[in-house]
Design a protein. Structure first.
Length: 101
């Protein structure tokens, strides 16, 4: 069952950047890639709990600022490792980003 929550205006998420949001007790970060796709993942790296919102976006990957782990924005999987972080389904409607929680 979908539980879509309106989060932020699409234009408020910078291209190749991030926007951190708090939903309940979850710290979630939205990323917008160069092709303006939107991804949402938990803001904490599974390795050393680095803030992924402070990492570098490239293609559909975020690089953790602490130890340079590359995390796939679509799956939350750490490349070359077995660990992962939680991802959230997103959609954009009428200029706003929604999360499915």
């Amino acid at each position: 069952m979908a539980n879509w929550i309106k989060i932020v205006a699409f234009e408020d998420v910078p291209v190749m950047g991030s926007r951190k949001v708090i939903v309940g007790v979850e710290e979630i970060v939205l990323f917008k890639t160069r092709d303006e796709s939107i991804f949402a993942i938990n803001n904490i790296c599974p390795h050393k709990q680095g803030k992924l919102s402070e990492g570098l976006v490239h293609e559909k990957t975020i690089t953790c600022p602490l130890h340079n782990w590359d995390i796939d924005l679509e799956t939350g999987t750490v490349k070359e490792e077995s660990e992962c972080t939680r991802t959230y389904e997103t959609k954009v409607e009428e200029g706003f980003v929604y999360l499915n929680l």
